[in-house]
Design a protein around this ligand. Structure first.
Ligand SMILES: Cc1cc2nc3c(=O)[nH]c(=O)nc-3n(C[C@H](O)[C@H](O)[C@H](O)COP(=O)(O)O)c2cc1C
Length: 157
């Protein structure tokens, strides 16, 4: 048992996009979950160190981008670099969300546009609870799953 796989993985990897004061950003997350059917709520778990934590904390909006198993490089770009140091959308392609003032990933498989209705500090992370105000399935196919570190997998057929 063990090797490179950590006990709580695999987890589906997403990219969360955000915008505040004309700064657009994207961040990779493996810690996230549906939280309620009605109203439809989705929760994301961010370290307070992330620029995305600041942007979402201020704008009260974010977009969840579900990504393909082939998007490993995008996940590493958005997950190993801070928007404090680079413009990630110089590499990632974006388009505008429909219901919130926020970018989303052009090649996402599905998106959920969210408005923050609550946030909680939990240890060294913040949970943002987002009300889903728009969602779309854009492509079919397998998703990217994180195994911890730089290791990824996908689902069986
Ligand atoms: C596969 C992967 C999953 C990650 N999951 C999370 C996560 O769930 N929560 C978190 O706070 N950071 C997570 N990170 C780290 C952030 O994506 C990383 O710190 C990023 O640079 C933050 O960007 P920002 O400062 O532009 O917001 C993950 C990184 C990778 C590569």
């Amino acid at each position: 048992m063990g090797g490179k796989t950590k006990i709580q993985y695999p987890r589906q990897t997403i990219i969360v996009s955000s915008r505040h004061n004309n700064k657009d950003n994207a961040m990779t997350l493996s810690w996230h979950s549906p939280a309620s059917f009605d109203p439809e709520l989705y929760s994301i778990y961010l370290s307070k160190k992330r620029l995305s934590h600041e942007l979402i904390g201020q704008s009260r909006q974010f977009c969840v981008n579900f990504i393909s198993k082939d998007d490993r490089e995008s996940a590493l770009l958005a997950g190993r670099n801070s928007g404090k140091d680079m413009e990630k959308f110089e590499t990632l392609e974006k388009e505008e969300c429909e219901k919130i003032d926020c970018p989303r990933l052009k090649n996402a498989m599905a998106i959920m546009e969210c408005e923050v209705i609550d946030e909680f500090e939990v240890g060294d992370h913040i949970i943002f609870i987002g009300k889903v105000v728009n969602k779309k399935e854009l492509k079919e196919g397998k998703r990217l799953f994180h195994l911890g570190g730089d290791n990824f997998t996908t689902t069986e057929d």
